[in-house]
Design a binder for this molecule. Structure first.
Ligand SMILES: [Fe+2]
Length: 236
């Protein structure tokens, strides 16, 4: 994100003539502090790469419309918070902070979600190997127990949300949590390693109301190499 901000700052200099029409530039130029310009990340594969488990149309809408809306919502919320600092009018602070948490959660979780998947021809599916495999056995008893608990957590999310495998830093233990919407039921001191989106927009075109069928299919495209790398990165 820092590089995005640096890029943005560089762009800001050449765009100074347009500052009055640029939300970020005008705010950067005020006494309200700096802003990050959040951007929609590219997918690490094509929209049809995860078929038949997730169809191309769902992936296109999910990434280019839904995830994009969270990025835009986060930029908007943080710009409004900057405006509040500039004007010293904090009357809408609760609303914009809630917006910031919702859209910021959506941006972060989707950014992780895309990386947690890969086509079976590119290494998706199967079971984890190496240190992560050993840690899952240590903390859940077996990979099968972990998979059943994670699937049950995903299937039982009330309304829209996520199931997330976290690494809890305080005792270096893997735990499974749900997140309702994009941000509720979160815990602290945890690093999300693997997540599944169980909002209907993630599966409805193919699976309709059969969330459990989508979850079962999703295990065929889990990118364990990525999850293993993330686990090792945060285990140092
Ligand atoms: Fe989503």
């Amino acid at each position: 994100m820092k590089s995005n901000r640096r890029n943005f700052i560089g762009a800001f200099a050449s765009m100074s003539a347009l500052a009055s029409t640029n939300m970020f530039a005008s705010l950067e130029d005020s006494s309200s502090g700096t802003l990050t310009k959040h951007e929609l990340p590219s997918l690490p594969y094509s929209y049809n790469a995860l078929e038949p488990y997730i169809d191309a149309k769902t992936m296109e809408l999910h990434h280019s419309k839904h995830h994009k809306a969270y990025v835009d919502g986060l930029n908007k919320a943080e710009a409004e918070l900057a405006k509040a600092r500039s004007s010293q009018d904090f009357s809408l602070i609760q609303y914009w902070i809630k917006q910031s948490a919702f859209h910021g959660g959506g941006h972060a979780l989707h950014s992780l979600f895309w990386k947690c998947m890969a086509s079976p021809t590119q290494g998706g599916g199967g079971e984890p190997k190496g240190q992560l495999s050993e840690k899952i056995k240590e903390d859940f008893g077996s990979f099968d127990s972990f998979k059943k608990q994670f699937s049950a957590a995903a299937a039982s999310v009330e309304g829209s949300g996520w199931a997330i495998l976290h690494l809890r830093k305080s005792d270096h233990r893997l735990i499974i949590l749900q997140a309702e919407n994009q941000h509720k039921l979160s815990a602290w001191d945890t690093i999300p390693l693997l997540n599944i989106d169980v909002w209907e927009h993630a599966y409805y075109l193919t699976y309709q109301n059969k969330r459990a069928d989508y979850i079962q299919a999703w295990w065929n495209i889990v990118n364990w190499n990525f999850v293993e790398d993330l686990f090792k990165l945060h285990s140092r």
